[in-house]
Design a protein around this ligand. Structure first.
Ligand SMILES: C[S@@+](CC[C@H](N)C(=O)[O-])C[C@H]1O[C@@H](n2cnc3c(N)ncnc32)[C@H](O)[C@@H]1O
Length: 478
């Protein structure tokens, strides 16, 4: 069953669509590949003349002058795709930066007592699937009896949300006048994708993590087998053209995995856990200390992107959200194809008996709160997410008010440091060698770069834990 609500996708007025020299393959090309060739103009007739037509552009495109931050502004036409209810954005711009497209503040924002809206995106622009049985998808664009419906219907609702979203995305690209046909041009192409679904065997070996490499091999096989099962030579033409080659389907799965947002949404009386592809909001990059968050506004079925209450933002700052809380780097790698050396949730499996005194360690680094909510406000440049992770992952002891005994702490620090050093020695390369390798490849393939960065981040994290132990040892004596 699919949810049906308002009639969808009435394209209003006309818009001009700038397409540079490239194939018109949704999501296969964008951004810096475009050459500044003349614009071509497409005119789409209004489908439903009775629909009110808001004036274009619905919000101001960013100024075209060179951005002081050296980042490339998105194509101005990105802002002009118009539908019955369009998205709205306030005080932000979409630009290409170090992590692909991102969202940046176009003006300063003073801290406010209440959260402030920067984007509003209506439900009808999104692609969503319900996580649990009875599964549903939205919008209701797939006719019962269409082969893609049967394929979607054959998936496991509990586990295959990414495969279903991929099918829905490919189907949306194939439907005349669907919003995603236009929006797809702003999605990363296969070369720009960081997803390890595209990793070669060599890339996987560069991870220096056998477990992650094996998980990714299984995930690659799962996507490939799904394509083979459903797009075999005998399938009807109308399904075949959605993903003629496995690469196209795997691209769609990688889009679903890396851009999907899981949210609980209320529609009427129904509250559901949904996996959603939310255009424009999916341009927000991740941070462990995000300045924004998402909120479902049920009264008019909009997703709001909001700036945290009390957050100060400077013009040019990147706007970020937290994709996953409480997850280690390998989980970020599996789903999004990136990692961080300051992931506060990273863990190290210590095997010895050494323990340090928890309260002393926390007070040395001015870390407050309980393990699930540790935060720091020390003004000490050394303390970052990796030190928070150290506080969570180092074996510690705490017994009422019993204070630490410096000589015992020093002994424990020595053992823990040695164990960290053994872990580092087990890697075939050092962090310096990884960094040199990254610097020496002029334009590495995304998946190769992602893999080398992952192993580098792991080593930088362990090195930071060693440094933190050293500082703890020095300061505990006073
Ligand atoms: C939801 S999309 C965000 C928009 C994306 N940057 C783009 O170019 O379209 C998620 C992808 O952005 C990139 N990304 C997001 N946050 C990142 C971060 N903190 N570090 C590195 N890459 C990041 C990864 O490639 C990830 O798969």
């Amino acid at each position: 069953m699919a949810i049906s609500t308002v009639p969808l996708h009435h394209i209003i007025g006309h818009f001009s669509y700038s397409r540079r020299e490239r194939e018109y393959h949704h999501g296969y090309s964008r951004g810096h590949e475009w050459s500044p060739t003349p614009r071509s103009t497409y005119r789409l007739k209004p489908i439903n003349a009775s629909v009110e037509t808001p004036p274009f552009p619905l919000f101001q495109p960013p100024p075209l002058q060179e951005s002081p931050s050296q980042l490339e502004p998105a194509d101005p036409d990105f802002y002009k795709i118009g539908y019955v209810r369009s998205m709205r954005a306030y005080g932000i711009e979409f630009k290409e930066g170090p992590d692909g497209f991102g969202v940046y503040a176009s003006k300063d924002v003073e801290p406010l007592r209440r959260a402030r809206i920067i984007m509003e995106i209506p439900l009808e622009l999104m692609l969503t699937v319900r996580q649990k049985l009875p599964w549903m998808f939205f919008p209701d664009i797939v006719p019962i009896g269409h082969p893609i419906f049967d394929i979607i219907n054959s998936t496991n609702p509990e586990t295959d949300w990414d495969l279903r979203l991929a099918c829905l995305l490919l189907y949306a690209f194939d439907r005349d006048d669907n919003f995603w046909q236009l929006y797809g041009d702003f999605l990363p192409n296969t070369d720009e994708c960081t997803s390890l679904l595209f990793a070669t065997e060599d890339d996987l070996s560069q991870l220096q993590d056998l477990d992650l490499a094996s998980t990714m091999r299984k995930q690659q096989l799962r996507a490939l087998e799904f394509w083979e099962k459903n797009w075999h030579s005998g399938v009807p033409l109308k399904i075949k053209r959605l993903a003629r080659d496995p690469e196209r389907f795997i691209w769609a799965v990688s889009m679903a995995q890396s851009r999907c947002i899981n949210m609980q949404i209320r529609i009427g009386a129904l509250v559901q856990d949904a996996n959603m592809l939310i255009p424009y909001a999916d341009m927000l990059n991740h941070s462990f200390q995000p300045n924004c968050f998402l909120h479902w506004r049920f009264k008019d079925r909009m997703v709001e992107v909001m700036i945290n209450a009390g957050q100060r933002i400077k013009k040019g700052d990147e706007m970020t959200i937290n994709y996953l809380s409480g997850q280690q780097n390998h989980m970020f790698m599996q789903r999004y194809g990136f990692s961080s050396s300051v992931n506060p949730w990273d863990l190290i499996a210590f095997s010895g008996n050494a323990h340090i005194h928890l309260d002393s360690f926390l007070s040395v680094f001015n870390i407050a709160g309980l393990p699930d909510e540790y935060h720091y406000n020390s003004g000490d440049n050394f303390v970052n997410g990796a030190v928070i992770a150290a506080a969570r992952t180092l074996p510690t002891w705490s017994d009422g008010d019993v204070p630490a005994i410096p000589s015992m702490e020093r002994k424990a620090v020595k053992e823990l440091r040695e164990e960290c050093q053994q872990m580092l020695a087990q890697f075939p390369t050092t962090s310096e060698q990884d960094q040199k390798l990254l610097d020496s490849i002029p334009e590495p393939r995304k998946t190769l770069e992602t893999a080398i960065k992952y192993r580098l981040h792991r080593k930088l994290f362990i090195e930071k834990v060693i440094q933190a132990l050293e500082i703890y040892r020095e300061r505990i004596l006073f």
